[in-house]
Design a protein around this ligand. Structure first.
Ligand code: GDP
Length: 320
């Protein structure tokens, strides 16, 4: 993959905002050779609409439509619908912008007409000019439920309405046991051109574990004959954004790169960590690449993606 040779296919495992940043960097380098498997555990039905927050974040990020100021939703947004909803006294804790609404209305219509989420997302990606393959982890419903000190909360109630304040005791993935893995993922893993599998720096517990909860996913990853690399979501022992560090503390796990490596265990061949965590590399029992992992610009996203691909190429050579 390095040294100017033609890049092979890469599969990226991704949640929302944090994961999509690296997915974007990879997309800039790989284009249609990128397959992104996205968490659907955050999906929910709200105001009669089927909403897939992580998939939409990936779609908006890769198509250049993401709202960079808010960090979620669509750019150039207005809020007339939401204001009108609030004026009716209806639920307004989950904000849907006027432009963003189009995706949810059309997805809901097509799901009701019997189309699969995969087909719908493939068509949306095409319409938005995204060439990467974006795969929901499953077309069957999987719903992340957070067992907290205040009772069991569906993911969005915990994350958006309660702003991650309740103490997390356990995380469950309702429906996972019966969910079928997206068959396109099996094909992507079997692709002779596959060069690497990348765990984006998404929240391991809320964004990547739902993927791993789908029967067959972890087995397929273990069987893959290419380097599997994760990028740590922690920098200097802290999450860049969001509750990763808080949740690790509440679950009794130290917020460090060793815990990230231990969490993914034998699914990983290598871990990318930040310069700020360099001192921890000696305690890690797998190959480590230390680099600057904070992605604050398009250039930063692409640079980290290059580092990840270079690391994968290096690990692939070691295997042969
Ligand atoms: P969400 O579903 O929108 O919460 O997003 P993800 O689960 O995909 O990503 C959240 C994680 O991304 C957090 O744990 C952050 O620490 C991590 N993250 C966000 N930006 C960056 C970054 O620039 N570099 C690294 N290494 N991690 C990041």
């Amino acid at each position: 993959m390095s040294g100017g040779s033609r890049p092979g296919r890469v599969i990226a495992l991704c949640g929302g905002v944090g994961g999509a940043k690296l997915a974007m960097g990879l997309y800039r380098i790989l284009g249609e050779k990128l397959t992104i498997v996205v968490n659907t555990g955050d999906d929910f039905e709200h105001l009669g609409l089927s909403i897939s927050p992580d998939i939409d974040t990936v779609l908006y990020t890769l198509s250049g439509l993401a709202n960079r100021e808010l960090g979620w939703g669509r750019a150039d947004e207005s809020w007339n619908f939401m204001d009108a909803v609030a004026a009716l006294g209806a639920e307004s804790w989950f904000r849907l912008g006027d432009r963003d609404l189009a995706l949810h209305v059309e997805r809901t219509r097509r799901l009701k007409a019997g189309h699969s989420l995969s087909e719908i997302i493939r068509d949306f990606a095409k319409s938005l000019g995204v060439k990467a393959e974006i795969l929901p982890m499953s077309d069957d419903p999987v719903r992340t439920m957070i067992v907290t000190s205040e009772g069991v909360l569906p993911f969005q109630r915990y994350f958006v309405e309660k702003r991650c304040a309740p103490k997390v005791e356990r995380i469950c993935f309702d429906g996972a046991a019966l969910a079928r893995l997206n068959p396109a993922l099996d094909r992507a893993i079997a692709d002779p051109d596959l060069a690497a599998i990348v765990f984006c720096p998404s929240n391991p517990f809320l964004s990547i574990d739902p993927l791993l909860s789908v029967p067959g996913f972890a087995v397929a990853l273990r069987r893959a004959r290419v380097p599997r690399i994760a990028v740590s979501p922690l920098i200097g022992g802290k999450a860049v954004k969001g509750p990763t560090g808080k949740i690790m503390g509440e679950l009794g796990i130290a917020a460090n790169t060793r815990a990230i490596a231990d969490h993914y265990a034998d699914l990983l061949d290598g871990l990318v960590i930040d310069e700020a965590d360099r001192a921890e590399s000696a305690s890690l029992a797998l190959p480590v690449r230390v680099t600057a992992t904070l992605m604050t610009s398009d250039e930063g996203r692409k640079r980290l993606a290059r580092d990840v691909l270079d690391f994968a190429a290096q690990l692939a050579v070691r295997r042969t």
